[in-house]
Design a protein around this ligand. Sequence first.
Ligand code: PD2
Ligand code: ZN
Length: 544
Amino acid sequence: MLLLKPQLGIFLLLSHAVIHHLTLGEEVFRSIARLRVLVSVERELIKALREYISVSRDLLKTGQAPSKYPLINGRTINIYERRLEEVTKLRDGAVGDSDVHVTHPVLAFKLLKRYMKLWNYLMVEVDKDIGKDIVAVMERHRNFLPNDTDFIGACRAIARLQSTYKISAKAMADGALPGEIHKDHGGLSVDDCFFIGQEAFNDNDDYFCVIWMEEGLRRYRQGYPIMPWEDVKETIMIEFQAYCYFRAGLYHKAVKYTSELLALDPENVHGLHNKATFGEALSKSNRTLEEEPRYPPTDEDERYHENCRGEFNPSNVVHPQELICRYVSDHPLIRLLRIGEEVLNVNPRIVMFRRLLDDNETNIMKKLALPYLSISRIVGAEKTFGVVIQDRVSNTAWLSDEDYPDTIIPKLTKRLELVTGLSADDAEPYQVLNYGIGGHYKPHLDADSYSTSRAVNERVATLLIYLSDVEYGGGTVFVKHGVRANPKKGDAAFWYNMNKSGQIDFSMEHGACPVLLGEKWIINKWFNYNGQISHRKCGLSSEE
Ligand code: PD2
Ligand code: ZN
């Protein structure tokens, strides 16, 4: 057994040893709308901390602290002051109090980290009497506060965004993202990089472990700060770096970096032990440097990522002349709305309805859904309900016509029937989704992929309405057809998941690309097979 492991284990334990404000398994990182609450709560916390520092300083001056108040002393007050300075610099600086704190992945990560490493700690550390306001704010919002699952989720989201959009650790750490306007937020500190790498290590993701440790080391050597309250050192970053190289089978590098560690700290017990272990693995492997595994490893989701980046194989567009658009004017009730229908793919047909909802209608739908958002689950094998997975990072609310008879919903349902030609009598309620940090949904079929039988009343067609623009990312991609629908507030993508003879069309696998910048809201309206028998005519061949 490697000596390094227990040491890493202890380190992880320390770094995550914060009080857990349980969000009842809700995981706020899975919804930008829910994260937004943290921004306003932090405003209250900053005010309360400023007050705490000021009162504490007075108590120190008058000699009442620490004799009467043992938790208040010059050292901790200096640290709190430094922490306060960090937060206010960010919130009073270029970014200010704006929404970017939740719609930018680096800033959202930093927001969560502040809760994990600052506010949660303060809650235990402060004098409960003098700091009663801090405690009261935390208590009041208890159910909305993040826990370590959120922090882990945010770390994973950063890695996911990097894989999909090919963003280096340096660019991500600098906050230099494609399409970004708000660049002026200081980027990530050395310890931020360390924590992201450490999470990749926990997740057995050696590639991201290495690149984030390397970025942490690069920044450290360039003089970027390590927050004084974080127990992150150059040697521990090299230790992780070498260990992850070893785990990935790159023994030459594992040995090289362990030697570097020992050059800095010749007595390092883990370094000494690992040098022997890694060296032995290297000599047994008989591999030359060139023969070591390909690095970075191949990505099984490459097709999905390519499509998300807008890289398509042009031969997929078979009939470009058929990619037409028209006004939907088949019925007097919708003629005046001037809804456009644009063909994105001819066969199978995938279309985009333009301006299906106006601004006001999209806002109303979001407002109705907001109080009911809860963690998204997927239907599992055998139709077991309620599995929470990494492949889907969002929050869901269901809205039905019956529950909202006096809202715009019934009118909307009529409109959807008219543009699709389908009946909503046999359809699911509206499923409203709000995506979280790097929120995505990996390629899947909307019709139940566990069954090809018509006995189950499958989702024959999907109408996916975008309730928001997305600054960057968040497209809906059809991986087998190389098609991407780009989110635009009020527009809606429409396609069939089954062919006319009722067979599931496995080519309609589609996914939601990770949201890099901005916020994504959608509605799914799923039409069921049985109710469409008289609305969607059979084809002449079984394939149709
Ligand atoms: O949000 C999307 O773009 C998306 C894409 C694919 C949503 C779903 N599927 C879904 O909720 O099924
Ligand atoms: Zn889907």
